[in-house]
Design a protein around this ligand. Structure first.
Ligand code: GLU
Length: 510
């Protein structure tokens, strides 16, 4: 690594909600910056006004905040290199486009949309599927390379619409090093003369991106693989603008793949595959359609981030649970894979479960109480914590503890059919009756005392647990499965436990 101060940027376009792949790009940038004592910058690339989506920028910022991937500077965070929204930097770009024209590395092109369509159509008929504006075809188009200087001047004077295109050299190998992919080499014969400046007075992504990375003194460009094909063009732009020596280093991250490995996990996948592709819930402002988010589904931000870190990177050890600081310490771009990373939803749930289990009882109790609150259930903090303590081993999410533990807050009104059919009979009924009598006689109703009473009952009658346990659980909770019944009953208390046993004896078939 050179001496240069590390400054990296996450540069999303506000064209919709941030995809989880975008969050991963932000995360890797962040980890890299923090690891090297550098700065992480958020730049909003909104030069393409036709694709602007209202609310997208706020969504991006909120997502980063939720994930604790906090920019040191950037849109919404301040800093000395602003503005950080490209639409507010419009006055900056023109001069670089002009500079490229003057140095002979770019040219004016006056071709209308119809001209271009006609060329594409002709090429198609001649058997060329992808017509490109390039070093060959540009010679038969209307541009400052084919028109006389006088005509060009006249057209400019008449304010005829034009774009500025890069003038790629013929048959030149553009070679650059990518930290993740190694040496990459592309021949300019396989590239096209991309538009740098549009007729609406706006730069395109390519020009704005290069200019801003330079002016913001970006040292490393860490971005998705989909931008790899653009990198040779960017390398040339740095060269033509005289910035070759201070050009950022490149690192193109592997794609995020669908769980079956078949293709890129895309925004369009929405909830179609049974899991969210967005960090936060998103409501399409036009259609009103709602797309689910990890936050709203009850994921811990830390678990989501931990999972994302592993989509394309690994520490080279067995450790899987990492705090943000541990990720920062362990992260390196050299350990990022080239191959696409398959998203694994079970693994994501597993990560959440690990984070849930790692909460202290008090933390979990508080989280659980807010979940109860949202569901209109009012209990003391102490009670919420007690329930959380016994439910947490079985839960993936805080909400699971309520879904699977409703009986802590209301007596069962129905009884699990399967358990009734399989386990409820005259004998089970008799045991519940007897147990109830034993319970009524108990002085201390804690888990330990309950266990003693229960075990003594089994012993006296030479019974196995299976003869008594399921009917007892069914009577008190209405379910066939759950945590230790001694814990459950001690939380419910003697009165409630006994009352439920009585109700079950009345309600359940003899
Ligand atoms: N605005 C581009 C995007 O939306 C950024 C690409 C880059 O990082 O250079 O992904």
């Amino acid at each position: 690594m050179s001496e240069r101060k590390v400054r990296v940027r996450f540069a999303p376009s506000p064209t919709g909600p941030l995809h989880m792949g975008g969050v991963r790009t932000a995360l890797y940038n962040y980890l890299f910056a923090k690891k090297h004592g550098g700065e992480f910058i958020l730049r909003i690339e909104d030069t393409d006004q036709t694709r602007f989506v209202k609310g997208a920028e706020d969504y991006i910022i909120e997502s980063l905040k939720w994930c604790h991937i906090l920019p040191d500077e950037g849109q919404g965070f301040g800093g000395n290199y602003g503005p950080y929204r490209q639409s507010e930097r419009m006055s900056i770009y023109r001069k670089y486009a002009d500079q490229l024209v003057e140095s002979g590395n770019a040219y004016y092109a006056f071709d209308t949309a119809e001209d271009l369509d006609r060329m594409r159509e002709m090429a198609k008929q001649a058997g060329t599927a992808n017509w490109q504006y390039n070093h060959v075809t540009r010679n038969s188009m209307k541009n400052s390379l084919t028109l006389s200087q006088q005509e060009v001047d006249e057209r400019l004077e008449r304010n005829e619409p034009y774009v500025i295109r890069i003038k790629l050299p013929r048959n030149e190998e553009v070679k650059f090093h990518d930290i993740i992919r190694g040496w990459v080499s592309v021949n300019t014969n396989n590239m096209d003369d991309k538009v740098l400046f549009k007729s609406d007075g706006m730069p395109t992504y390519h020009l704005a991106n290069i200019v801003d990375d330079r002016l913001m003194d970006i040292s490393h460009v860490i971005r998705g693989e989909e931008w790899l094909p653009s990198a040779p063009l960017h390398v040339l732009l740095y060269r033509y603008l005289g910035w070759e020596d201070i050009r950022p280093e490149f690192a193109h991250l592997p794609l995020l793949l669908k769980p079956d490995g078949n293709g890129k996990l895309s925004k369009r996948d929405g909830d179609r595959l049974g899991f969210p592709v967005f960090p936060l819930q998103w409501r399409n402002p036009e259609s009103g359609e709602i797309f689910s988010g990890y936050r709203e589904q009850g994921y811990f931000a830390e678990a989501f981030v931990n999972m994302l870190a592993f989509l394309g990177w690994n520490p080279g050890t067995d450790q899987e649970i990492f705090t943000m600081q541990e990720l920062i310490d362990a992260f390196s771009l050299e350990r990022v894979n080239k191959a696409g990373a398959k998203y694994d939803h079970d693994k994501t749930r597993w990560f959440n479960q690990q984070y849930l289990r790692a909460q202290t009882d008090e933390q979990l109790g508080l989280l659980f109480q807010s979940e109860l609150d949202v569901n209109g259930i009012e209990v003391s903090q102490e009670y919420a914590t007690e329930v959380a303590k016994v439910m947490k081993e079985r839960a993936y999410f805080v909400k699971d503890m309520l879904e699977e533990g409703r009986y802590f807050f209301e007596a069962p009104t129905t009884y699990d059919e399967n358990t009734v059919n399989k386990k409820w009979n005259a004998e089970a009924r008799q045991h519940v009756e007897k147990l109830k009598q034993h319970f009524e006689a108990m002085q201390f109703f804690d888990a330990e005392a309950l266990e003693q009473t229960f075990k003594a009952y089994l012993e006296e009658n030479s019974l196995g647990f299976g003869k008594v346990g399921p009917g007892f659980r069914l009577a008190v909770t209405g379910l066939g499965m759950g945590p230790s019944m001694f814990e459950v009953c001690s939380i419910l208390g003697k009165q409630e436990t006994v009352a439920r046993m009585e109700t079950a004896l009345e309600k359940l078939p003899a």
